[in-house]
Design a protein around this ligand. Structure first.
Ligand code: RUQ
Ligand code: CUA
Ligand code: CA
Length: 638
């Protein structure tokens, strides 16, 4: 404790000595107080600005947010569900929530985490019922979204998952070895999404098997590349410091990640000790060559090649940036990696076309790749783009979004007397990520901007101590940003991606040969059952498999008998072909529930451990006689 106080006092003195202006740099105490919203400073910041949307539905650019009943939205918005572990789908601009996709959580409605199909996909990690989903990203071809997949990280249990965007279901999940807490996640943008890149945030002993417990000098973290098709971890790179956020370029050659803990500290004060941390740049070709040439090792039980990318290595470069940077975003013109300063009021623009020279050793200093370092305001966290040369950065401490011009920032950095700040807009309150339509791709269209605000105090009807987040919609189609809508969201969107509706092609009913339930159909075949027509009960020792069809309002089997202690698998095939005609299967008093959508086969396994009569019913309203759609499981005493 005394150490920490000394550190804080020292940092305070230094901050005052170096930067008398409060906006210039934050002392440790001010930062801690404001970030934690405990100090007077924080409270003051939250109350600024009236923040009333001026016109209900029209921004000055003329964008209409009103989507009339029966009309469809122009965009799909995919919102991470934070520590709810799910992904939510919104229609933009109406901000109607259309769907929730369970990913790392378990879902009472769909049976995700309970069904045999979902357990196979989740693998061992299905024992976890929580997740922390931060960064959703849609796959690319040549820098444009191709609508095949959405990928997302799980910080809580070190996983990466893939969602199929034809059926909006999670279809792959991998636990990343040798890392702890996957945070930043981005995709290779060109020529297509071959790799999913994943930042390991926390530094740990390698291998983490009980050795070096209290020797942080021997803790390391890894940057991982996952094959987007097989979802296998292809290789990893060991780095200095830790990794926070990241992005990839538009050529497929480079990726970059922020590091806030170059100190390799284990305490908060320690992580703020150094004046500068890093942006780590990864050279993908060189990493692949190292793997090809056997220039790697493996760690512990994992056989994933680990390339050494610590300082001085050929595969990485460490660019010093102001301390504790956070967001990292690639500008949609492909020119810059933009690292947000967080504790510094600046963002650092790294010129991507200078990286070849940096890696070739043609530059005298790593900082030579910095094209500009514009000062924007307090607490810059993330940046997005409008495709017209402007960037939009969230200012956590100022509770603002700042619109600024990239070209003018560079000219200003080079000594020209031009102003680069265009507008600052109050948001409510404390924004983290922000996102403009299509702004993760080269097709950024500059229509809508979302500021994902962490605090919503006084914006919605009170609901007790836990507050909703507030995702605010801003019209950026005109010269001025204009706030048009407040969206309450539950714990806690970190990030979103918004793509045009024509970039996704969905299936309204399942295909009978879909790989999602192919293994279940294989099992049926081995039992001599054709699930497309048979209703059969197979007894196999103390295992019982009940195959039934469903056609509204009937289950193909309305009673089956098992013995106490049997392991029962119920397989339901929905033979209805009508769009929107989902059935469900819920067995009372057994914690058994699942969705069975049109033409889907779904299965769930449980123990019949109590003798008696147990009703099952369809729990997706399907027919006028939906209430009557059910049957009985008769369990004989053992
Ligand atoms: S992080 S609020 Cu998990 Cu994307 Cu920045
Ligand atoms: Cu079938 Cu409700
Ligand atoms: Ca630091």
């Amino acid at each position: 404790m005394p150490d920490r106080k000394k550190e804080i006092d020292k940092a305070k003195e230094e901050a005052v000595a170096e930067n008398p202006g409060r906006r210039k740099f934050l002392g440790v105490t001010a930062t801690v107080g404001a970030l934690g919203m405990t100090g007077a400073t924080g409270a003051g910041l939250m109350l600024g600005g009236s923040g009333k949307a001026e016109a209900r539905s029209r921004g000055n650019g003329g964008n209409d947010i009103h989507v009339a009943p029966g009309e469809l939205d122009e965009y799909y918005g995919f919102w991470s569900g934070g520590h709810s572990g799910e992904v939510r789908v919104y229609g933009v601009p109406s901000m109607r929530e259309i769907m929730r996709i369970p990913v790392f959580n378990h879902c009472s409605a769909s049976g995700w985490g309970m069904t045999d199909e979902s357990k196979r996909i989740m693998g061992d990690s299905h024992r976890f019922t929580n997740g922390d989903a931060h960064h959703p990203h849609v796959s690319y071809t040549d820098g444009s979204h191709d609508g095949r997949y959405l990928f997302i990280n799980d910080k809580a249990n070190t996983r990466v998952a893939r969602i199929r965007l034809d059926v909006f279901k999670t279809d792959k999940m991998v636990t990343v070895p040798n890392a702890q807490a996957i945070h930043g996640l981005r995709l290779q943008k060109a020529p297509k999404t071959g790799y999913v890149f994943a930042n390991g945030e926390y530094i740990i002993p390698q291998p983490n098997d009980g050795r070096d417990l209290n020797d942080p000098e021997k803790y390391w973290t890894l940057w991982s590349a996952i094959d987007a098709e097989s979802m296998e971890v292809k290789w990893q790179v060991m780095v200095d410091g830790n990794l926070d956020n990241m992005d990839a370029d538009y050529t497929g050659k480079y990726a970059a990640a922020t590091c806030y803990n170059s100190e390799k500290a284990i305490t908060l004060a320690g992580k703020m000790r150094a004046e500068r941390d890093w942006v780590v740049v990864f050279n993908i070709e060189r990493i692949e060559a190292a793997v090809r040439n056997g220039n790697f090792r493996t760690i512990g039980d994992s056989d994933v090649p680990v390339v050494d990318g610590r300082k001085g290595s050929e595969v990485t470069r460490y660019i010093p940036v102001p301390k504790n940077p956070h967001g990292l975003n690639t500008s949609t013109d492909g020119k810059y990696f933009i690292a947000a300063g967080k504790l510094s009021p600046t963002v650092t623009m790294i010129q991507i076309d200078k990286l070849d020279d940096l890696f070739a050793g043609n530059l005298s200093d790593e900082r030579d790749v910095v094209a500009a370092e514009p000062e924007l305001g307090l607490g810059p966290l993330h940046t997005t783009f409008d495709g017209r040369g402007n960037a939009y950065t969230t200012l956590f401490l100022d509770s603002q979004v700042v619109k600024w011009n990239m070209d003018r920032a560079v000219r200003n950095y080079n000594g020209e007397d031009v102003d680069y700040i265009i507008q600052k807009l109050d948001v409510h309150y404390q924004p983290g990520h922000n996102h403009a339509t299509l702004a993760e791709s080269k097709d950024a269209d500059g229509k809508w901007l979302f500021s994902l605000n962490k605090f919503s105090k006084d914006r919605f009807l009170p609901v007790g101590p836990l507050h909703a987040e507030n995702d605010q919609m801003i019209d950026i189609s005109g010269d001025e940003m204009k706030l048009v809508h407040d969206t309450p969201t539950f714990a806690e969107p970190h990030d979103a991606v918004i793509i045009r509706r024509d970039q996704i092609t969905t299936s309204q009913i399942w295909r009978r040969d879909d790989p999602y339930f192919a293994e279940t159909i294989e099992m049926a075949k081995k039992d001599g059952v054709n699930v497309d027509r048979d209703n059969k009960i197979i007894r196999d020792g103390n295992k019982v498999r009940v195959y039934m069809t469903s056609i509204a309002p009937n289950f193909g089997i309305t009673e089956f008998k098992v013995k106490q202690g049997d392991e029962v698998t119920v397989v339901v095939t929905n033979l209805d072909r009508i769009e929107d005609l989902s059935h469900g299967f819920c067995l009372v008093d057994h914690g058994v529930s699942m969705e069975v959508s049109p033409q889907q086969t779904a299965s769930i396994t449980f123990k019949a451990d109590k003798p008696g009569v147990f009703w099952y019913y369809c729990n997706w309203f399907c027919h006028a006689l939906h209430m009557e759609m059910g049957g009985r499981m008769l369990v004989e005493k053992a």
